[in-house]
Design a protein around this ligand. Sequence first.
Ligand SMILES: Nc1nc2c(ncn2[C@@H]2O[C@H](COP(=O)(O)OP(=O)(O)OP(=O)(O)O)[C@@H](O)[C@H]2O)c(=O)[nH]1
Ligand SMILES: [Mg+2]
Ligand SMILES: [Zn+2]
Length: 323
Amino acid sequence: MKIDLRDYGYKPEFEPSLGELGRIVRVDRGECDVITTKGVLRVLSDSQRAQNLLAPVVGDWISIIEDPDLGFLINEILDRSNTVSRRDPSEQIIEQVLVANIDHVFIVHGLDRPLPPGRLERFLIIARDSKAEVSIVLTKADQIEESSELKTTIQAVAVDVPIFTVSLKSEPPEGLKALRDLMRVGKTIALLGESGAGKSTLINALIGDEIMTTGEVRTGDKKGRHTTVSREMILRPEGGVLIDTPGVRSIGLWDAQEALERVFEDLEDLATQCRFNDCMHSSEPDCAISKAREKGQIDSRRVERYIALRDELEDQKNREVKE
Ligand SMILES: Nc1nc2c(ncn2[C@@H]2O[C@H](COP(=O)(O)OP(=O)(O)OP(=O)(O)O)[C@@H](O)[C@H]2O)c(=O)[nH]1
Ligand SMILES: [Mg+2]
Ligand SMILES: [Zn+2]
């Protein structure tokens, strides 16, 4: 069977100088599954590369060469058009690229559980930082009352971000058409969200097939059980590719100053009226943010979260330079 790589987002500028072109659909234990015109190849991501150069991630376009002893190897990772990255969860102050070459990020959240605004802001920042389109998908609408305040809270935080709502366990499922309308041949959509949010269920629904394994959530706190364990790209026969990811709860930011400013645009706009352009909005005179806070015109907790995130990025930058 001949695979048309345009279904996976191939563009003519991806011509490698050497070897066979492919796109990574899965990475595990030093090897990757790579889709090529001949089908999926199992490719060694050589250890030297993993240590010295950038490590391959799902969504990467690569060129593959065949070694008589080692089998298929990555020759080169083609330039990435973008990445979704977070701070590596280890102690080290380094970036962890989650996925590459993404057109649209879906932040997926289950309406059966609360969503602390601070967590949503972090998701929004890392999604925005990729420069891909960003949407929020709220699942399990069948589980909540029409009057739930959760949606209002989310709308207040996600200014200018399209919000879609689905209920996949109702008969018939609702909200899928609007999401399918976002999908096109060659367009890559990555799903992010905590465990149990319903990412894999949504992918199955969009594809119309039970491809991904899904899991129950705990009855008490609705936490998921980390059913999906690796990032994986799935082709939708009618067009588009979806990347499922394991659930993440907290996300450390990585070098996302600009995205922070976009997600907190309301406060950034206000800050232009502070007397000093480097105002920290703590105790400076003529601080527009402090004034609006005192008057109750803006959400004080949102300002606190903004300042904390700004400090987190600043601190990261300083430590990164030293190490
Ligand atoms: N009632 C209802 N349940 C849903 C909906 N979407 C997903 N679920 C349920 O939520 C649970 C978790 O779904 P998954 O798709 O496994 O969640 P996930 O985000 O992939 O979780 P991880 O793989 O652990 O990150 C499953 O029991 C699904 O059946 C929905 O729209 N309505
Ligand atoms: Mg899953
Ligand atoms: Zn100020």
